[in-house]
Write a protein that binds this ligand. Structure first.
Ligand code: SF4
Length: 155
C-alpha cells in the first residue's frame, strides 16, 4: 500500500478557510495523489469546533495563545484541532503532512505575529508544531517538490 499524506483540506479545494473559501492548488502531483487515494484531508480549525466562515485568527508571538481579530480567545479550539489532527494522522499512519503556509494552525516556520498587521515571525502554527513534535515530517505547499521526493522514498 502506498504511504498516506495528511493535507490541509483547503489545499484540495474544500471550502474551510476562515472566509468560506479555499486555497485549491491545481498541480499534477496533487491530482495524482487524489486519484491514488493517499490523501487524508483535514482542517484543524474545523476539527477544533470553529465555524466556516469564522473570524481571522493569529498566534500571539512566542506563545501558543490564539486570538481572533474580534478579540476572542480561541486557544482551546486550536489546541483541540491540533490534538484531533494528530490523532487522525496516527490512525491513518501518514508518512508526512502537507500544510498551508502561514496559517495559524497549519503554517510551517513562518506565521503572523498576533497583531493583525501582516507582520511575519519565524514560528509555526499550532497543528504544524504538534505534528512535528510528534515526529511527523511537515512540508508546506511551497515545498511540494521536496514532499514528493520524500514520499517516493517512503513508497
Ligand atoms: Fe486550511 Fe489549515 Fe486554515 Fe483549515 S486551518 S483552512 S486546513 S490552512
Amino acid at each position: 500500500m502506498k504511504p498516506k499524506i495528511l493535507i490541509s483540506a483547503c489545499l484540495i479545494g474544500e471550502n474551510v478557510k476562515y472566509d468560506g473559501g479555499n486555497n485549491a492548488l491545481h498541480v499534477k502531483i496533487l491530482e495524482q495523489w487524489k486519484e491514488e487515494g493517499v490523501l487524508v484531508p483535514l482542517c484543524p480549525e474545523v476539527l477544533g469546533g470553529l465555524n466556516v466562515p469564522r473570524s481571522a485568527c493569529e498566534v500571539i508571538e512566542g506563545t501558543r495563545t490564539v486570538i481572533c481579530k474580534t478579540g476572542e480567545d480561541v486557544t482551546q479550539e486550536f489546541a483541540q484541532g491540533a490534538k484531533e489532527s494528530l490523532r487522525l494522522a496516527k490512525e491513518e499512519g501518514v508518512c508526512m503532512a502537507i500544510l498551508k503556509a502561514r496559517s495559524p494552525s497549519c503554517g510551517k516556520d513562518i506565521i503572523y505575529d498576533g497583531t493583525f498587521t501582516s507582520t511575519r515571525v519565524n514560528d509555526s502554527g499550532i497543528t504544524c508544531k504538534l505534528l512535528q513534535e510528534s515526529g511527523i515530517p511537515v512540508f508546506s505547499e511551497e515545498e511540494l517538490s521536496f514532499a514528493e521526493a520524500f514520499w517516493r522514498q517512503k513508497g
